[in-house]
Write a protein that binds this ligand. Structure first.
Ligand code: ATP
Length: 480
């Protein structure tokens, strides 16, 4: 068995785990297969560099305390010689990225909701423990062989919370899923995870990024407007996605409220899967039919019934946004990942406008008070594609036994006052027939179901982007 590129396991782990081949690589990390000789099962080991610091070990040991069905189970951890080793369950079912790619035009509504509800529950668990994930994205949603979704990489988020460990090569956010406040370089709390989950759900439903295009224009777009929602969504789901992607993090529902609504939407959608074929962009095929999730009884302006939500309200862009985006450009964010890394000077900024991009490419200070650092990742080889069974969501089938059916009656979900008073802005006339795409970058295989009609104005950020765009050439990838 070849173990090329696998860092040597610390003695204690080596006594129990036999290292196997590399499964994949992230930004500054390697994941490899291992065999647990004690329990006679395979596992996955993720290794990444951390400060050689007693705190690293202590922070890592907290990982194994997280126990939630929506999180990747962590079996063991150790810090040795400046490297962290996280032994976790081997999830051989591929990632949500793989599933979306295999489905071609988006997952069916039940499948998309099931995954989103699971991730929402995992986020609720993490947030209650005071941990913000900061890396929510399809690549970090892994499936076991029974098809259950698990949010991975939460350990990295935890370790990244330790200021002294943050100076190392840890990923703190996947560019395509960053919330506006992260793009602007403002503190990123749990609301950023909620925002990212909304983008993940939209992508799951449509098969396309909510903000397509290269990382720079995608970053700029989310400062200007909300995402375009999939066509045919029930008003409740559209309202939920609108609330989750509110420009102001304080206006977003928390993960608990989100997962409650998603679970109920899933319960309503499951039986529908036996009879309803969704509209284009929501399933892999079939005649267009409106997709509903049933009466969710969600209160609050953004979530209440009352007409489909199509947003696109212009958003103010501050100086920080300019600086962070400039950092994004200048640092050539390979594979669309915004990362803290160990090498490469990037940019220097004033303390007043600190987007957490500092010379040397490392971030200083607690991530909760800093923006993602922008650097060239030391290693970002794409993980090999994983064979993933394609979901046939158009096939009639009984309700999925994995669905969590809440026993309590449907209850209103309280949202922040500010959310309730949010007035969604329509940007798309209804009904939409054969809309002409307005965003041409990163062309999807098929025409988006709904396109914004608002023309983006470059503004300050755009000017910066225009200025640095030439430097980038074809370096920037599409992100994870
Ligand atoms: N528990 C696991 N079981 C099976 N495969 C895994 C597991 N954890 C990660 N992988 C796979 O290993 C590869 C690298 O994962 P890793 O978490 O290091 O990178 P990433 O999440 O893509 O990026 P980053 O860590 O930089 O955010 C990915 O293809 C991922 O699907």
């Amino acid at each position: 068995m070849t173990t090329v590129g696998v860092p040597p396991l610390p003695v204690r782990l080596a006594e129990r785990y036999g290292a196997g081949p590399v499964i994949g690589r992230g930004v500054g990390s390697v994941v490899f297969r291992a065999h647990d000789s004690l329990l006679g099962r395979d596992a996955a080991v993720k290794s990444f560099r951390v400060e050689s610091d007693p705190r690293a070990g202590r922070e890592l040991s907290l990982l194994a305390r997280f126990d939630h069905p929506g999180l990747v189970p962590v079996y063991d951890v150790e810090e040795h010689d400046g490297r962290a080793f996280v032994v976790m369950a081997l999830l051989d079912g591929g990632s949500l990225t793989d599933r979306i790619a295999a489905a071609g035009g988006g997952l069916g509504l039940p499948d998309a909701l099931r995954t989103a509800a699971t991730v929402g529950g995992a986020l609720e668990h993490l947030h209650r423990a005071g941990v913000t994930h900061r890396g929510v994205g399809p690549a970090n949603v892994l499936y076991d062989l029974d098809g259950r979704a698990h949010l991975s990489d939460f350990g990295v988020a935890l370790v990244a919370d330790a200021p002294r460990i943050t100076d190392t090569g840890l990923t703190v956010g996947a560019a395509p899923y960053l919330a506006p406040e992260q793009v602007r370089g403002e503190p990123a709390g749990p609301a950023a995870d909620v925002y990212a989950l909304a983008l993940v759900l939209i992508e799951s439903l449509t098969g396309r990024r909510a903000f397509p295009g290269d990382p720079l224009s995608a970053a700029q777009a989310r400062l200007d407007r909300g995402p375009v929602l999939p066509e045919g969504l029930d008003d409740d789901l559209a309202g939920l996605l609108t609330a989750m992607t509110a420009a102001d993090p304080a206006d977003r529902p928390d993960a608990a409220a989100v997962s409650a609504v998603l679970r109920r939407a899933l319960v309503a959608a499951e039986p529908a899967a036996t009879t309803v074929v969704a509209a284009p962009g929501l399933t892999t095929g079939g005649p267009a039919t409106r997709v509903g999730v049933g009466p969710l009884a969600v209160v609050g302006g953004a979530l209440a019934r009352g007409g489909p939500v199509r947003r696109g309200a212009p958003r103010a862009t501050g100086t920080r946004g300019v600086l962070v985006l400039a950092g994004l450009a200048a640092s050539a964010v390979l594979a669309g990942t915004v990362a803290i890394a160990t090498s490469g000077p990037v940019a220097e900024v004033s303390a007043d406008d600190r987007p957490a991009v500092v010379a040397g490419g490392a971030t200083v200070g607690a991530p909760d008070t800093q923006a993602p650092a922008i650097v060239v990742p030391p290693s970002s080889e794409p993980a090999p594609p994983t064979d993933e069974p394609e979901d046939d969501t158009t096939t009639a089938r009984p309700p999925d036994p994995r669905t969590v059916i809440p026993e309590e009656p449907v209850r209103p979900v309280a949202l922040p006052e500010t959310t309730r008073t949010t007035t969604p802005t329509r940007t798309t006339p209804e009904p939409v027939e054969e809309p002409e795409p307005t965003e041409r970058a990163e062309q999807p295989a098929e025409r988006p179901a709904v396109e914004p009609t608002r023309t983006q104005r470059p503004g300050a950020v755009g000017q910066v982007l225009n200025g640095v765009g030439g430097l980038l050439g074809g370096v920037l990838g599409g992100g994870r």
